[in-house]
Design a protein around this ligand. Sequence first.
Ligand code: SF4
Length: 384
Amino acid sequence: MDSQEIVEKCRSIYEDMEFSYISEWKEKTGGNAIGIMPIYFPKEVIHAAGVLPVEVFGGGDMVDVVKGDSYYQSYICHIVRTMVDLGLSGKLDSLSGMICPFTCDVVRNFTGVWGLLFPDKYARFFDQPQNFDREIGGEYLASQLRDIIGFLETIGEKVTDERLNNSIELYNENRRLIRKLYDMRAEKPWQAKTEEVYLLMRAGCILEVSEYNQMLNDYMDSVVNLDRKQLDNIRVVISGSFCEQPPLTLIRIFELAGCYVVDDDYILGNRYLDKEVAVGDDPLGALVQGYLDSEVPSSCRFEEYNAKCKKLAKVVERRKAEGVIFAAPSFCDPALEDEPDYDKELADMDVRVMSLQYSEDTRQFNLIREQIGTFSDSIKLSEA
Ligand code: SF4
């Protein structure tokens, strides 16, 4: 397949709210599948059990909320509402359960709601430690993973060190390829368009990792040969979109309004581990260490604010970005609480910042497009 065929395949996976890939995969392999909410869970332990990990990001603007609103108050984000509607309409029946990593209290409560709605299925709150000492937070994380592996083995295979090492190798390769793709886009953002990169990332939320690795390789091999024109766009980093995802139209609009996205935090879980995970005698320990050592800026990691700001500043510098757009879901406490500190750090670096809020089902973009266009123009004019 060439890059455009791959993008269209990814688009159809993204739009498929029946999640037919899961049923097809289960029929082909005889295995089970389990859902993961954003942001990060080590998919290696699921893969090692022969179970398909599926990252679910709600229904976006493709699912109308019918029942979800009655489970949540009006002043919280949208993703959990479409999750409830997806669940109640049977579209996620092919999953044996849902793992809900800690992002905020909304997700903590969602785990309970999910467990009450689907008592016959597994619903697990995955409480990622906020202590990064190996003996304390590391041990706590390992104990949680052992517990979850215990469940996975009831619906899949025994998770031996050999199987876990094999899965780590596949996901190491996956992270290498994603880093390569992000580097490629940062170097020539007109060549690997952000909408295409995003659709590829979304496909990776469901595809089996070997199949996905092949797809990433094929896309990169093909897209470099396209004759695409460079536009006079500024270079921006998007921050704040790590959980509830922006509608695809908004992702497209950033570019159309004059901004090349040279880094982002969409679907952050696939690159949350930024270093190679060691293969060896203690694969579970290596995954734990990968989490503890991550240098990826994340609003769901409660380290000192200064450390988080420095991490974002490093991304901005490395990508030679001229501006940062804080694009956060409405009512997203973790993203919105960090924003003032990021603002200050970036102001000290003389990097321009704009902020906007969205909901996964936002459908009116005229005003947002004008704001982004003005932001882009103001940077161009200041550099002229
Ligand atoms: S979008 Fe923000 S507030 Fe909503 S569940 Fe995700 S992290 Fe929590």
